[in-house]
Write a protein that binds this ligand. Structure first.
Ligand SMILES: *[C@@H]1O[C@H](CO)[C@@H](O)[C@H](O)[C@H]1NC(C)=O
Ligand SMILES: *[C@@H]1O[C@H](CO)[C@@H](O)[C@H](O)[C@H]1NC(C)=O
Length: 331
């Protein structure tokens, strides 16, 4: 479980470095951080909430329009897994939840959709997870986060989802910007109170999932709205528009979600810090006094000392690289 969290955390943090997205991990932490040597993650279910970034076919097919375009060609044209046909995904192929769902996870495609889970209930509780995401939704518009989380609660109550969620992971992907697209305003003129209401809604959803016992929650940040083709078209896609929404949204979100439970909460500070700027981790003076300070929970730190990653940091990096390395080596 920790291995997977670490990998996921780093991926999202990596992306975060380029301002794309980030995540919050709440790891139950038995203290050892990552002593789990097995390659298989031990988390057992993935629950997906959000918008078109994660919708793998939940929004019903309707007449051809903006929201339903994932059900019409040329959507799906690169999706060899689905006969290169549209499947309701807003992409030429797979979407974010697919990658979380299929890479490390046996229940492909982020598990059955909420409707399928209900239909299948006679076969017993879902074993892999459920995808609740719906294109065009956000905190406010569409089949929104609140409705999705309530649906999750109903499936829990009906025992379609088993109640032990400690090994479960939730992805909250409210990141396509539907909340901002639906409001008549521009990128430089959005009421900060409204942005605050949107991020409060995301945080509220995350807290509900945590209160229901979900073991870890991944949260997408908003990718830069000013760089979306929608907003760069007027300039022939040559440059990003100035945008005052994304920065405020993401700052709010990180501020409101940050707490000591986040894995790699300490992204930049080292676990083992020399007292003297020119000293080193492990240094002892003539009287045997330690010339460094040591953190309590190294697995919360990416850096071990002033230059090197912790074991958890390395594990995260190497798991990110595992796929590319395998491809490169042809194994
Ligand atoms: C934000 O939410 C509050 C409380 O629900 C509401 O009263 C207020 O009008 C909202 N503000 C904006 C700008 O959306
Ligand atoms: C975009 O490209 C078109 C055609 O090449 C050109 O006429 C127009 O001036 C360009 N617009 C901008 C804003 O660069």
């Amino acid at each position: 479980m920790k291995a997977l969290f670490a990998a996921a955390c780093f991926a999202f943090l990596l992306l975060n470095a380029t301002g794309v997205e980030s995540l919050r991990c709440r790891c139950d932490g038995d203290g050892d951080g990552d002593s789990d040597d097995t390659d298989k993650p031990s988390y057992d279910k993935l629950f997906v909430f959000g918008d078109s970034f994660a919708d793998a076919g939940n929004l019903p097919k309707g007449d051809l329009k903006w929201e339903t375009r994932g059900w019409y060609e040329p959507s799906g044209m690169s999706d060899a897994d689905h006969d290169n046909k549209p499947t309701g995904r807003s992409s030429d192929g797979l979407v974010q939840s697919d990658f979380l769902g299929t890479q490390d996870y046996p229940g492909a495609e982020g598990g059955p959709s909420a409707g399928e889970a209900e239909a299948a209930r006679r076969r017993g509780p879902v074993s892999s997870g459920v995808n609740f995401a719906s294109s065009g939704s956000g905190v406010f518009p569409g089949w929104n986060l609140d409705k999705q989380v309530n649906k999750f609660k109903r499936l829990l109550r009906k025992r379609i989802i088993g109640k032990d969620l400690s090994q479960s992971v939730a992805l909250v992907s409210i990141a396509s910007g539907a909340d901002y697209a639906d409001v008549p305003s521009d990128l430089l003129d959005m009421d900060p109170l409204y942005i605050s209401n949107v991020t409060d809604g995301i945080v509220g959803g995350v807290r509900k999932l945590e209160d229901l016992g979900v073991g870890a929650v991944l949260v997408n940040l908003l990718p830069p709205l000013g760089c979306a083709p929608l907003n760069t078209r007027a300039d022939n896609y040559t440059r990003c528009e100035k945008d005052k929404i994304t920065g405020v949204h993401n700052k709010n979100l990180m501020h409101k979600l940050r707490d000591d439970d986040s894995l790699f909460y300490h992204r930049h500070t080292p676990c083992c810090e020399s007292i003297d700027e020119n000293g080193f981790c492990g240094q002892v003076d003539g009287e045997g006094n330690l010339q460094y300070t040591l953190c309590d929970r190294p697995y919360k730190y990416f850096y071990w000392d002033s230059t090197n990653p912790t074991q958890a940091g390395w594990k995260a990096i190497m798991q990110q690289l595992e796929g590319p390395i395998r491809v490169y080596l042809g194994i």
